[in-house]
Structure formats: C-alpha cells, structure tokens
Write a protein that binds this ligand. Structure first.
Ligand code: NAD
Ligand code: MG
Length: 391
C-alpha cells in the first residue's frame, strides 16, 4: 500500500489524481490533502478519502475547515501555512507526493519532498523552471524518484530508455532531439492582429484539455510550451537546441523522441491527464486510469505544423531565458505569473503578457542561481518590476 500526499488536491490535476486513486483502493491510501483556501472543496474530498491530515495555506480557511471536520465527527488533523505543506510532503510514512500546486507556490513543498527522498509525481513545472539545477541536485543527493506528470514529459519519459533515466543519469546518448507537441491553444487559428482583443474567457476555453486558469492562459500564449521546454531541459538533460516544438492540433501524440538511427518514438492517447498520472503512480507497472481507449479511426487524421514565434512570442522568450541560464528562467516565470494574473483580472490585454515578460527579462540582471536565496530574491524582484509595468 502506497501512502500518498496530494499537494493542490482541489485543482484540476488533484481531482484527476483522486479519480485514478479511487479506482485502486487496494494500492493507494491518501495521507494528506492540501489546498489554498477552497474550504468546501477540500472538506468534500476529506469526506470522500478520510486522509490523516488536511492542510490549507490560508489560516482562516483552515479554521473553517476544522469546524466542519469536528462537526462531521472526523479524526483528521487540520494544519495551515507553507511549513505545514512542507511537512506533509516530507513526513516519514509518506511514500509518494503528487506536486500539483500551481505556480511558484509549489516550489518549497516540492523541494521538501525531494530533500526527503520521496517518489515525486511532478505536475508543478514552475518548480523546475525556477530552480532546475538546485532541484535536480536535491533529487539526486537524497535518492528521490522524479516522475513527470506533465503529459509531454511523461510521453518522453515513456519513449526513453527508462532504466538509465531512472537513476537521473540519462546522458542523451543516441538521442538527436526531443519533440514536444503543442495543441496551439484556443488562438491557433486567429490572425496575429486579432490577439489584441481576446478576453480571459476566450483564453481559458482550451480546445482539447480541461485545466486550471493559469495553465490555460499559458497554453493560449504558448508560454506553457516554453515552460515545458525548460522543464524538459532539466528532466532529460537536453540542451535547448535539441528540444523542438511542433503544433499538433489533435493532442493525440503527446511528444516524441527522435533517435540518431532515424527511429522516432511517440506516445499516444486521448488527451486526458489521468493517463500520465496513472503511468507515474504505478510505474513501472500499468494500471487502469479510466481513460477512454484511443480510437484512431475516429480521430481520422493527425496534423503537424510549425510553431510560429511571431504569433506566439512567449515561446521565443522561454528559449531566450533558457539559453541565458541562471535565474533568467525564474525571472521569466515570475513575470509571467504576474502578467497572467493581471490579464485574468482584466488589467492588461492578452498581447501585453509577452511585452511585460520581455521587458522584465531584458532589464533585470540575472545571477547564476546557485542558491535558493538567489532564486527567491530574483523571483521577488521580477514580480515587483512586472507590477510596476501594469499599474
Ligand atoms: P489548478 O489551478 O486547477 O489547481 C491548483 C491547486 O493548487 C489547487 O488545489 C489550489 O488550491 C492550490 N493552490 C493554488 N495556489 C496555492 C498556494 N499559493 N499555495 C498552496 N496551494 C495553492 O491548477 P492545475 O491546472 O491543476 O495545475 C497544477 C499544476 O500542474 C500547474 O503547475 C500546471 O502547470 C501543472 N499541469 C497541469 C495540467 C492540467 O491538465 N491541469 C497539465 C500539466 C501540468
Ligand atoms: Mg503539458
């Protein structure tokens, strides 16, 4: 029996994870569930899974949850704050930590899981984007197992010689390049001139995937793919010039590995996050995920086109930050989080997102990012600067 902590259990990935786990009560038991401040959702999940611990980041929300739990006669310990998130990600009985908090907020608890040598199911790509070198060092030094849940990275992981990568020593031998596929998001068929006037409501309506708000906007700007290029760099040790992005509107091929001998391995499936979640949960075994089997005849055709960086400038900015190295990618991530939030709150237009990130990235100095303090300081500085460009 595996004891599982889900960081961010009330979000899109958290809910899909609980769905998969609910199909295998003989294999997995929930140790802790966590959320930011959505009391009702977390309480409902507590009633369903009866975890040992429930954590809310927000203290007032935790107090409300505590009242509900007492009233329901449940014996669940309720905690609050970042330290509590770190605790449930690192406590001794926990085998597996699902890192599904959105944004930079996921970094500290996910790092705590790495430092305690856990099996980490990584959905929170922002942790690697902010501090990839540091994070991978902790994974290795503490014998943690890092399993990618992001569908593209899970696909690549399945197409690589797993034995080698398992030890986080994949040396890239024999691999010509990694090809990340991208759906292109809701604006792939828009003229570039139309992008100026698109609304948050249009941006979060993804054609193929149902996801949280932030990653949905990232998919619309294609910053999501840019963050994934950086994520792939750290997970698989590939340089930026060996990581390609192509548009594939059906989201059936989730990514590919192109080998020196001309073989190209692809992983396919219906676009449903329960597949990579089940794959990472059970690895090296295979379990039922509840996902509808792929019917290629019904899909009919698979299309591939070039990703146009004039239409999607955020993609080019992510490559630029990766090539610059150090804390540049943390600065990119921080500016993006601030800009996306402002766009969702109708403070800026869609095309301003890339412009703000570009200015922050160009004007702020980066450093080598060798320590967590440096990463967090540059993250804060980038947020502050980005906010001045909004107001
Ligand atoms: P979401 O917004 O649906 O859920 C986020 C979860 O994190 C919620 O449980 C929320 O309560 C919690 N949370 C938010 N802010 C927090 C904070 N400051 N401190 C603690 N908890 C906080 O997001 P999502 O779509 O499930 O995405 C989660 C992560 O997984 C993101 O990093 C995203 O990039 C990645 N991811 C998501 C998908 C997807 O299909 N949704 C696919 C690949 C990768
Ligand atoms: Mg993805």
């Amino acid at each position: 029996m595996q004891l599982v902590t889900i960081l961010g259990s009330t979000g899109s990935i958290g809910i899909s994870t609980l769905d998969v786990i609910g199909r295998h009560p003989d294999k997995y038991k929930i140790y802790a569930l966590t959320a930011n401040r959505s009391v009702d959702s977390l309480f409902k999940q507590c009633l369903q899974c009866n975890p040992e611990v429930a954590v809310m980041l927000d203290q007032a929300a935790a107090e409300q949850l505590q009242q509900k739990i007492i009233k329901a006669g449940l014996a669940i310990e309720v905690m609050s704050g970042v330290q509590a998130l770190e605790l449930v990600a690192s406590q001794t009985p926990v085998d597996c930590v699902v890192a599904a908090i959105v944004g930079a907020a996921g970094l500290m608890p996910t790092l705590a899981a790495a430092k305690s040598g856990k099996r980490i199911l990584l959905a929170n790509k922002e942790a690697l984007v902010m501090s990839g070198a540091l994070f991978m060092r902790e994974v290795e030094a503490n014998g943690a197992t890092l399993l990618p849940v992001d569908s593209e990275h899970n696909a690549i992981w399945q197409c690589l010689p797993v034995g080698r990568h398992q030890q986080h020593h994949f040396d890239g031998k024999g691999v010509r390049r990694i090809i990340l596929t991208a759906s292109g998001g809701p604006f792939r068929d828009f003229e570039t001139t139309q992008l100026e006037h698109v609304t948050p409501e249009q941006a979060v309506a993804h054609p193929n995937w149902s996801m949280g708000q932030k990653i949905s906007v990232d998919s619309a700007t294609m910053m999501n793919k840019g963050l994934e290029v950086i994520e792939a760099h750290w997970l698989f040790g590939m340089p930026a010039n060996q990581i390609d992005v192509i548009l594939h509107r059906q989201s059936i091929i989730h990514s590919m590995v192109d080998y020196d001998d001309g073989s190209v391995l692809a992983q396919m499936g219906n676009p449903d996050m329960r597949t990579p979640i089940a794959n990472a949960l059970a690895w090296p075994e295979r379990i039922d995920s509840g996902v509808t089997p792929l019917d290629l005849v019904a899909v009919g055709r698979l299309d591939f086109t070039k990703a146009d960086v004039n239409h999607f400038p955020c993609l080019a900015l992510a490559y630029k930050a990766l090539e610059a190295g150090g804390t540049s990618t943390a600065i990119l991530n921080a500016a993006n989080e601030v800009a996306v939030d402002a766009f969702l709150n109708h403070q800026i237009g869609f095309t301003h997102i890339a412009k703000i990130i570009d200015r922050v990235l160009t004007e702020l100095p980066s450093n080598n990012g060798d320590t967590l303090e440096q990463v967090l300081a540059d993250d804060q500085q980038a947020r502050q600067f980005a906010k001045t460009l909004i107001n």
